[in-house]
Unconditional design. Sequence first.
Length: 221
Amino acid sequence: MLREAAEDFPAIETLQGALNSCAAQFGSFHPHTIAAAHKLALALWSAGNVNQAVGVLDRALNGLASSSESEHPVRADLLCTLAEIMLEQEHWAPATFVYREALHLRIRHLGANHESSLATKGDLAAVLFQVGDATEAAQLEREAIEGALVHLGSTHPVSCVLAWNRAQRYEDRGDSDSARAIVAKDLLWLLAEDDARLADDQKTIRALLAERLGWDAAGVC
């Protein structure tokens, strides 16, 4: 997942109020309350309050672990956000453990070919490449890409993120030809697509492509 901007969230005070309201109505570790905590953590992170965001995530995760909801699907959402924060801080090895647990939960609750499972598998693969476990990373990346193409389609947002991450990896290791081939085959169409037809991740990738290529994405056809 590509990180959302701070302006995409309501005011932090509003989200804190929603969390307090859910806790009063449902209890501190009800799934509705945990979902509200997750929204607050995302907003805090996007606003640059990383320590506060991690604190909210840790409290929610610890609460779930000690409750009857320890295996609830919402736990995977918390774990993925925590892993993304770890990646931002370049804590690669701990992030692999967090992504593994999230992937296990998503496959268990949603199935291996659900978009969230495939996205998490791709995220885990990307981190494994970073820590040098290229064999497992390549296998997971292949499974994620093939699964996304078969079950989601080549223009699905998850497929686009997987293609973008793969192109970036090739670019980072100096294989610009392979990176360009992926962009041309799987992503260049984004530049000509109507904004209303794109998901947020696709809009982010399109903006990055347009900036890199020196094009005005809105005017390319």
